[in-house]
Design a protein around this ligand. Structure first.
Ligand SMILES: [Cu+2]
Length: 122
């Protein structure tokens, strides 16, 4: 019973999300994400998740959690985001994704980090 109700609620939530996505020009939204600096199985430090998707006009708030003892950078140059997160600290950045495209995310302190990308949909 509970299971069925939960499934119905999930299906309804999905339908509402889909309907919103298909409803034409969407109003700008708010996106909040936790991004954590981790070590991959290949022994590379990355910000996880590495890909962020937003719609043009969205206000994006990122909570950057650095789990390492050393500091790491988080840069999205196209949006003026250039943050240094000290070891074992958390910083928050906020910006408006006001142009569409695919923009690299990197640690500007350690160029060897190949991190991710911000994808802003039209
Ligand atoms: Cu780094």
């Amino acid at each position: 019973m509970t299971f069925t109700r939960t499934r119905t609620a999930v299906a309804l939530a999905l339908a509402v999300t889909l309907a919103a996505a298909l409803a034409g020009p969407a109003l700008a939204g708010e996106i909040s994400l936790r991004i954590v600096n981790i070590v991959t199985p290949q022994d590379v430090k990355i910000w996880e998740p590495p890909s962020i998707v937003a719609k043009k006009g969205d206000t994006v708030t990122l909570t950057l959690i650095n789990r390492h003892a050393d500091e790491h950078g988080f840069e999205i140059a196209a949006f003026g985001v250039k943050e240094v997160v000290a070891g074992e600290k958390t910083n928050t950045v906020k910006f408006v994704a006001d142009k569409a495209g695919i923009f690299p995310i990197k640690c500007h302190l350690h160029p060897a980090h190949v991190t991710g990308q911000l994808i802003v949909l039209e």
